[in-house]
Design a protein around this ligand. Structure first.
Ligand SMILES: [Zn+2]
Length: 151
């Protein structure tokens, strides 16, 4: 199956085109659909990527971007919406070292997130400048920078 960029909701994040994917599109990609004749890298895992963000508020979106052109294909990426803009985030499960709380967290400073940005160094610095949050249970510093954790 062939999909076109026009089939997706197109947004621009840090100067790079990102395609926001619906569940139907995710299913098509998992079944091997190409986008503009290019594959989605590790496409079989894409359903897991989509399921990992279910129920998150404010919503985290699953996007596809090209990253470094030489890497070929489309790469999945998570985007957290903050007011009118989208922030690239690495979504991961973390554990608070003080109280043992565990949950999903959005980390904006993982370097590869910014591959494909118009200015990756600047975009990552902006990620570092975002206000981070503490453990929602005990207010301790979390083991990694986080701009969102589940309640
Ligand atoms: Zn804690």
């Amino acid at each position: 199956m062939q999909l076109s960029i026009k089939d997706f909701r197109n947004i621009e994040v840090d100067g790079e085109l990102v395609l926001l994917s619906s569940m139907d599109q995710v299913n098509a990609i998992a079944a091997g659909a190409l986008i503009e004749a290019k594959p989605v890298v590790r496409n079989a895992e894409i359903i897991t990527w989509k399921e990992f963000i279910s129920g998150i508020e404010p919503p985290v979106f699953l996007g596809l971007h090209c990253g470094f052109p030489l890497r070929g294909g489309w790469w999945p990426i998570y985007l957290l919406q903050q007011e009118q803009s989208y922030i690239r985030v690495h979504l991961e499960r973390i554990v608070c070292e003080s109280c043992g709380w565990s949950g999903r967290s959005a980390n904006p400073v993982v370097g590869q997130l910014y591959d494909g940005s118009a200015d990756p160094v600047y975009a990552r610095q902006r990620g570092f400048a975002l206000p981070t949050i503490k453990c929602q249970k005990c207010s301790s510093k979390l083991p990694r920078p986080s701009v969102w954790v589940e309640g």
